[in-house]
Design a protein around this ligand. Structure first.
Ligand SMILES: *[C@@H]1O[C@H](CO)[C@@H](O)[C@H](O)[C@H]1NC(C)=O
Ligand SMILES: *[C@@H]1O[C@H](CO)[C@@H](O)[C@H](O)[C@H]1NC(C)=O
Ligand SMILES: *[C@@H]1O[C@H](CO)[C@@H](O)[C@H](O)[C@H]1NC(C)=O
Ligand SMILES: *[C@@H]1O[C@H](CO)[C@@H](O)[C@H](O)[C@H]1NC(C)=O
Ligand SMILES: *[C@@H]1O[C@H](CO)[C@@H](O)[C@H](O)[C@H]1NC(C)=O
Ligand SMILES: *[C@@H]1O[C@H](CO)[C@@H](O)[C@H](O)[C@H]1NC(C)=O
Length: 662
């Protein structure tokens, strides 16, 4: 099928070559361009045939379709006339079509526009191969969102052939790949990009393009809108604006060989000149040599073409780096969350409220509307979001983008369907949905996620607020850590080991962090230890546990059981003895190593992962655990410590309580 497509892609070149040397160019067989749609609003003032405007329009159209037009670059603009009679127009050919196809499409559309939009002062005509547009307004270098048009009719629903989970995954992959292509296109001089990607058992083909007169940022913005406007439930779709368009299909619909943009310009990674040449040789061995020479000729011709060059300026490049993390419009987010409707609210996180959002493309997201107290400037905020968005791991909730508008600071995350870990393990009716095997896997997943943050991401992110409600579960009950990188986004120094702002939740906080604001990777290790104990016992650390020595928390309770050699008493009764004693005791042992009082005694996360994966190695004996127990005395001390802070938040649930240490 792909070989077949490639052959037909080559066919026009073959004809071109033949005709170029034998006949005059005008007699080349003209294929009729595939008409898609047109837009000429009734509201725009009409003209009559005897007006100067009409004369100017005709001059404009003939100049656009003249033989000197820039079919090589596939984009040309023109302006004719003055003042109220001025008409501005342009054409844009799909980035992969040949000069001949482009020329033919423009000539055809110039003819058709007078029939489809008679006496209209402005018009947009969409064809598969090109777009023609003119207006009495200045349409150059400006983005237009009117005259848009969505095509989703041809594709079948993905869901009809697949399971639900796969559908979501597929749709999210399509969405993310489109957005990646948008960045590449916006950052390239031709403002064009195609991509091919294998997803599940299918191959996704996509194409995005802007008119090259747009700035990088305008182009990206336009493409994002067009991508978000697509209905990604289908096996294919398009969304066209006069300024840009996007398309995806599960079959090859563009000329893959044409994606080799001139060497100097930024090209987006497209495969395949080599592959298609090879395929051709196999399929049509007899004329292989001839075709090969055509291909080489064509490639050479492309190399020597003059192209529309508009290299992004340094400033633009800086901007794209920021915008590269995919900025959203406030309006878009407002629409997706139904104006932050109460019924869309998923919860209240440490840094703001979280809402469920659904884009027109049916992509589900979690939207976190930050409380407006971030100490960051806009640029720093955006830069940090970009950094955090680059962290990608299967056990981390993916940050997809952000919104910075008016006073709003919003983060957009992938939507994780199964709520958070605390919803399951602390609820007597839900507990049995997570048996030991599942919980064991969850422990391993969380450990790998933290390890990635600490070490593998090359960034050293300290989470600082690891807790059961920050562990989300996907459809297959895989854990995904949420809320990481918030310290960066909120402009708190990551490198300074002493902080004036303690962010965290009592019970999970290591003693040195809770008391003195000293944080390090080892404070995350402590929180992980507490989390493991909660997962095994199904009980909250903050509960009171009666012991012979007086009341304690889960950490001290476990320590006592361990010292008495009865640590298995900790195990959640909902397991009904269906668990491996060796696994559970090892996990308890590891957890106790993590919650040791002295930070340097605690293992690193990579050691933890190793302990969890290799059961043969003997573990060291844990030292006494450290804990921060909120007795009346300690609370009094906390208040004392925070006397000169202006922002003491609620001590109620213990979330987000800043402490100023002395
Ligand atoms: C625009 O005008 C044409 C002809 O006058 C009419 O047929 C068409 O319905 C109008 N369209 C709109 C959207 O008003
Ligand atoms: C142009 O045509 C309109 C009506 O079709 C007429 O009213 C007007 O007088 C004409 N103008 C000229 C300059 O011929
Ligand atoms: C445009 O229209 C003219 C007159 O109707 C016709 O002669 C010409 O062949 C058309 N050109 C194209 C490319 O369709
Ligand atoms: C599409 O265009 C119409 C006007 O033609 C406009 O009202 C609407 O907001 C546009 N939609 C999008 C998603 O840009
Ligand atoms: C495709 O999905 C949409 C939305 O879920 C639904 O309204 C439509 O009926 C479905 N179409 C087919 C052909 O299954
Ligand atoms: C855009 O292109 C420049 C130079 O080619 C590159 O350094 C930069 O990383 C690119 N930006 C993005 C967001 O891809």
């Amino acid at each position: 099928m792909s070989s077949c497509a490639s052959f037909f892609c080559l066919f026009p070149f073959l004809i071109r070559l033949t005709f170029a040397y034998s006949l005059s160019p005008t007699s080349a067989p003209a294929q009729i361009p595939k008409y898609l749609n047109h837009f000429c609003p009734n509201t725009s003032i009409t003209y009559s045939r005897n007006m100067t405007y009409f004369t100017n329009l005709k001059t404009l159209l003939s100049s656009l379709s003249s033989r000197n037009a820039l079919y090589t670059t596939g984009f040309q603009t023109a302006t004719v006339g003055q003042a109220s009679d001025q008409v501005t127009g342009l054409f844009l050919c799909r980035g992969d079509v040949s000069q001949e196809v482009c020329r033919n499409c423009v000539a055809f559309s110039v003819n058709e526009t007078l029939q489809r939009c008679p006496y209209k002062r402005e018009a947009v005509l969409y064809y598969d191969e090109c777009m023609l547009r003119y207006s009495h307004q200045n349409i150059l270098s400006t983005v237009t969102y009117n005259g848009n048009f969505s095509m989703t009719l041809n594709g079948a629903n993905i869901s009809s052939t697949n399971q639900n989970d796969q559908v979501h995954q597929f749709r999210d992959s399509v969405w993310i790949t489109l957005k990646e292509a948008a960045i590449d296109a916006a950052n390239s001089s031709r403002k064009f990009c195609t991509k091919r990607k294998a997803i599940a058992s299918k191959t996704l083909y996509l194409l995005v393009q802007c008119t090259p007169d747009l700035t990088t940022q305008d182009c990206l913005h336009c493409l994002q809108k067009s991508i978000n406007g697509m209905f990604l439930y289908r096996t294919g779709g398009r969304f066209l604006y006069p300024s840009c368009n996007s398309r995806y299909e599960l079959y090859s619909f563009y000329n893959e060989a044409a994606n080799t943009t001139p060497p100097a310009s930024i090209s987006c990674r497209g495969k395949s000149r080599n592959t298609y040449v090879i395929v051709i040789v196999v399929v049509v061995p007899i004329i292989a040599l001839f075709i090969l020479s055509v291909a080489v000729f064509n490639f050479r011709a492309k190399k020597t073409r003059t192209t529309y060059e508009r290299e992004p300026s340094t400033q633009e490049r800086a901007t794209i780096t920021i915008a590269g993390s995919l900025q959203f419009d406030f309006k878009e987010i407002e629409a997706a969350t139904n104006k932050f409707c109460e019924t869309n609210k998923l919860g209240q996180g440490g840094f703001g409220e979280v809402y469920k959002g659904i884009f027109p493309s049916r992509v589900h997201v979690a939207v976190k509307r930050l409380s407006k107290t971030s100490g960051q400037g806009e640029r720093e905020f955006a830069n940090e979001v970009v950094v955090v968005a680059k962290l990608q791991h299967r056990n981390l909730v993916r940050l997809l983008g952000f919104c910075l508008e008016r006073d709003e600071r919003i983060l957009v995350y992938e939507f994780v369907p199964n709520k958070s870990l605390d919803y399951f393990i602390f609820d007597p009716t839900m507990q049995n949905q997570l048996d030991w095997t599942r919980r064991y896997k969850i422990i391993g997943g969380i450990a790998r996620g933290i390890l990635y943050l600490h070490q593998d991401s090359r960034l050293t992110i300290i989470h600082r607020d690891l807790k059961a409600s920050n562990i989300l579960l996907d459809a297959n009950m895989n854990p995904k850590i949420a809320d990481f990188g918030m310290a960066r986004i909120f402009g708190m120094d990551q490198t300074e080991a002493n902080t004036r702002r303690v962010v965290g939740t009592y019970g999970y906080m290591s003693p040195e962090y809770a008391m003195y604001g000293q944080f390090s990777m080892k404070s995350d290790v402590y929180s992980f230890g507490v989390l493991v104990l909660e997962i095994i016992s199904g009980k909250k650390n903050s509960n009171l546990y009666q012991m012979d020595t007086g009341p304690g928390n889960l950490v001290t309770y476990t320590w006592r059981l361990w010292s008495n050699g009865s640590s298995l008493e900790l195990v959640d009764p909902s397991f009904h003895d269906k668990y491996r004693i060796s696994e559970v005791s090892r996990c308890i042992h590891i957890a106790l190593l993590c919650v040791q009082e002295e930070a340097e005694d605690r293992p690193t996360m990579s050691a933890v992962v190793q302990m969890l994966t290799t059961s043969s190695n003997a573990l060291p004996v844990p030292q006494r655990p450290g804990f921060f127990f909120r007795s009346r005395l300690e609370q009094a001390r906390l208040v004392d410590l925070s006397i000169n802070t202006s922002a003491l938040c609620s001590v109620d649930d213990g979330t987000m309580t800043p402490v100023t240490p002395r």
